[in-house]
Write a protein that binds this ligand. Structure first.
Ligand SMILES: [Zn+2]
Length: 450
């Protein structure tokens, strides 16, 4: 009798394991969207301006809502208790985008400045390299230069993020990715005006010439033959590629020097959002993302794509709130385009979307936040919420830094496998609730490729 009961329990356990495994849906496609510098308050600022509501962006409505730590090996971890003890704690020993991009791509923490290498300068394996081995297509899209820290950290291996020429060379000539889209055009300034002389800052003349004449591109599919890139640069090119027939590999470099719109002339912190008007002949992040998806979705085995809203970070370094709002709206429109594509051409059963940030930039809070003197020699740290001034009006906010912070950043997930993140978010923050570490994100995604 006793033995029978043990057998019965054992059978029950086996059945429940089988059930758990089969109910765990593994996505065919994974789309990771990174707002560079986009903490909780950056997204809220954009949401307040766009909708007059602090939690109305598309990611705010995703079913899985978590937070993540961002510290690198150059930092000292994250301790919630210190956030409410010392207002300056969050400014200390923060990650940069190279280390946090590497963490999000490889699942390993490293030193600030590292692109896909560990603390011993040895190459780490990117999520995209694993995906490529499984027959998936892969791509990166960014609103800042294509060889900048975040896209580089998903594809390249280099001990210094500043080695743009080497990084671009590896991405374009030696990687197996199928789409690279980002700024850094050597022949244009930030207003889409032609330069008197080309400036080869983000890629070398050799690589540029090879991209232009169609000879760039190594063996992406492992058949021993070179797989050349198809190159596009005008907004019209990007829009035409949003649907319909697509090339095998696509490299897109919009005709701007460093970023789509954030660095256009006159866009200082004194003007309202969208004033001066946007530069015309430059694609949006949504248009670039749809072009990427149109190329990648030709693969019946699926694809992995990283989309970076890169200039949120640039606007926040400059404490430029109107540009921050513009960049969050550009990101929101890209997220909406991705969601529309999933709902019209794929499904939430086969595609996973994860939206996060590599770190917070600018230490944004509501007005009148900081250390407040209470009774004699008693200091209380106050974090005020942003002020809602209604749709179409800048919300009340203040910056406390021109650099990065160690704040928790949001993680939103929807689609196949999204619940897996909620299951491993084992820590709790008094302000942000359940959180995980940034390295947990690729670790979970890697299990989908096993
Ligand atoms: Zn930054």
């Amino acid at each position: 009798m006793k033995k029978q009961r043990v057998m019965f329990l054992l059978a029950l356990m086996i059945l429940s394991v089988i059930f758990a495994c089969s109910s765990q849906s593994e996505p065919k496609n994974v789309i990771i969207i990174i707002g560079d510098g986009a903490g909780f308050n950056q997204l809220q600022a954009g949401s307040l301006y766009l909708y007059g509501d602090e939690n109305a962006l598309t990611p705010h409505k995703f079913p899985v809502k978590l937070a993540a730590t961002t510290y690198s090996m150059s930092g000292a971890g994250y301790k919630p208790a210190l956030v409410i003890e010392n207002f300056d704690y969050l400014k200390e020993k923060c990650t940069d985008s190279a280390a946090s991009g590497t963490a999000l791509s490889t699942g390993s923490k490293t030193y600030n400045g590292a692109i896909g290498v560990d603390t011993l300068r040895q190459p780490l394996k990117h999520l995209f390299e694993v995906a490529e081995e499984k027959g998936k297509s892969t791509g990166v899209v960014t609103s800042v230069p294509l060889s900048h820290a975040t896209p580089a950290a998903f594809v390249a291996h280099n001990e210094n993020r500043g080695n743009y020429h080497e990084i671009a060379e590896e991405m374009i000539q030696r990687s197996a990715v199928d789409v690279i889209i980002g700024c850094g055009h050597p022949f244009y300034n930030d207003d889409n005006f032609p330069l008197p002389e080309p400036e080869y800052k983000y890629l070398s003349q050799t690589i540029w010439d090879a991209v232009k004449d169609g000879s760039a591109g190594g063996d992406a599919d492992g058949d021993g033959q070179a797989d050349p890139w198809t190159f596009i640069e005008s907004r019209d090119d990007f829009q035409k590629l949003n649907e319909g027939e697509a090339p095998r590999r696509l490299i897109g470099i919009p005709q701007v020097a460093s970023t789509l719109q954030a660095n256009r002339t006159g866009a200082d912190g004194q003007t309202e959002p969208f004033s001066p008007p946007f530069t015309d002949n430059v694609p949006t992040l949504a248009e670039m993302s749809l072009a990427a998806i149109n190329v990648l979705d030709e693969n019946p085995s699926g694809f992995y794509l990283m989309i970076e809203a890169g200039a949120i970070d640039w606007a926040c370094h400059a404490n430029n709130a109107p540009r921050l709002v513009e960049e969050v709206i550009d990101m929101e429109k890209a997220v909406q385009a991705v969601v529309d594509w999933i709902e019209s051409s794929s499904s939430w059963e086969e595609t996973l979307v994860v939206i996060t940030a590599d770190h917070e930039t600018g230490y944004i809070t509501g007005p009148a936040s900081g250390p407040v003197e209470k009774a004699a020699s008693e200091i209380e740290i106050v974090y005020q919420p942003l002020v809602n001034n209604g749709k179409g009006t800048m919300p009340g906010l203040e910056f406390h830094s021109g650099g990065h912070t160690n704040s928790l950043v949001p993680v939103y997930a929807r689609g196949a496998g999204a619940q897996e993140f909620a299951e491993i978010a084992s820590q709790t923050d008094p302000q942000r609730g359940s959180y995980l570490d940034n390295t947990d994100i690729p670790r979970v995604i890697k299990t989908f490729l096993e």
